[in-house]
Design a binder for this molecule. Structure first.
Ligand SMILES: Cc1ncc(COP(=O)(O)O)c(C=O)c1O
Length: 358
């Protein structure tokens, strides 16, 4: 039996009790509401986590990159939504291959993006199922709501493509001033997407997907009448950003970086062996925080590549001490690592691979 203090530092840890509770809770909420759950795979990039999500009833997974799609298809998954723009010849060629493998739906938001894919699909003799991405406030990808009917009609008319429905990422919820406004904005985003989908049905389109997706919005947007699925990702681990947004408490945070104090040359300013390359560069600027320590009031205030700067006014830490840090952004932290350790209590249960990184 290996115990956490025996692991090398820094190491990435996932607390199995918290992971299983997060998966079960989200799956239970969605099942009770009769809404499909399609978690975003980018948060974990880990097959052991994905298998647990599918085992709890997730209907399929969401992906950001071709590498994630290829990884999950190789693992046998056949219900994947690639929620990014398949633009440029390498991505177009990838989509044709992945659609041949089976079970892939892509997202599109313009004729410029759709036309080369349509031409390639037509030439290859395949039909690419797609959802039209809609901007419900995040203003990243996505056609503005008033242009949905015309854009959907134009794209649906292209050969080699099949319109399945609408998708939005309600990322603007993270900018709301408080939880009630965040919940209200989530409900509006879901309701808007469902209304637009009804409009497309009235126009003769066969719509079976109305897909919203985010962790802050996972308690609101998916439960607007007419939404068919939600795509939260971060919920599987949660993180310091989600604590700030009121999506969870620190006791829900399943991912942490194990690090060791390596120097206390300056009183009250311990240095640890985890910096940006262990945590990712997602800082919470307003809080002056690189991550949040578990079971401690000590603050993680700055970081170089492999060094972290703590603020420990009570001088509670000394050289050799271990700390565990909840990252600000779980998805970014995952992408820094090739593996993580699954722990239960103080015991290290398994070592899991992290796949499909850039
Ligand atoms: C398109 C899309 N769907 C779903 C998600 C999941 O959101 P979250 O990370 O808040 O769980 C993301 C995250 O960025 C996303 O970009």
């Amino acid at each position: 039996m290996t115990l956490i203090p025996e692991l090398p530092t820094p190491s990435l840890l996932v607390d199995l009790d918290r992971l299983e509770r997060n998966i079960a809770r989200m799956a239970g909420t969605f099942a009770a509401a009769g809404v499909g759950l399609r978690p975003h795979a980018k948060t974990s990039k880990c097959l052991e986590v994905v298998r647990r999500q599918l085992g709890a009833g997730a209907l399929g997974m969401t992906c950001s990159t071709p590498a994630e799609v290829a990884w999950l298809q190789a693992a046998g998954l056949r219900d994947l939504l690639w929620a990014h723009a398949p633009v440029g010849p390498p991505k177009v060629a990838f989509v044709i291959d992945a659609v041949r493998t089976g079970g892939l739906t892509v997202a599109l938001d313009s004729l410029e993006a759709a036309a080369p894919l349509s031409a390639a699909a037509h030439a290859a003799g395949v039909t690419v199922p797609f959802v039209l991405e809609v901007n419900t406030g995040h203003a990243r990808l996505g056609v503005d709501p008033e242009h949905v009917p015309a854009t959907a009609a134009a794209l649906a008319a292209l050969p080699g493509l099949r319109l399945r429905g609408l998708l939005t990422h309600e990322g603007h919820l993270a900018t709301m001033p408080d939880r009630p406004s965040l919940e209200a904005a989530g409900r509006s985003a879901g309701a808007l997407l469902a209304r637009l989908a009804d409009g497309l049905r009235a126009g003769g389109h066969d719509i079976d997907v109305v897909s919203v997706g985010s962790t802050p919005g996972a308690t609101s947007a998916p439960f607007a009448a007419g939404v068919t699925e939600g795509r939260p990702g971060t919920y599987v681990y949660y993180d310091a950003n989600q604590i700030r947004l009121g999506s969870c408490t620190i006791d829900d945070c399943a991912l942490s970086v194990l690090a060791r104090v390596v120097s206390v040359q300056r009183a009250g300013r311990p240095i640890i062996d985890a910096g940006i390359k262990a945590m990712s560069s997602d800082t919470i600027a307003a809080a002056g925080s690189v991550g949040r320590l578990l079971d401690s009031d000590v603050r993680f205030v700055d970081a170089n590549e492999e060094h972290g700067f703590l603020l420990d006014p009570a001088a509670s830490l000394t050289v050799g001490d271990l700390v565990r840090i909840v990252p600000n952004h779980a998805c970014g932290t995952t992408n820094m690592w090739s593996h993580l350790y699954a722990v239960r209590g103080d015991e290290v249960v398994e070592r899991w691979e992290i796949s499909a990184r850039y």
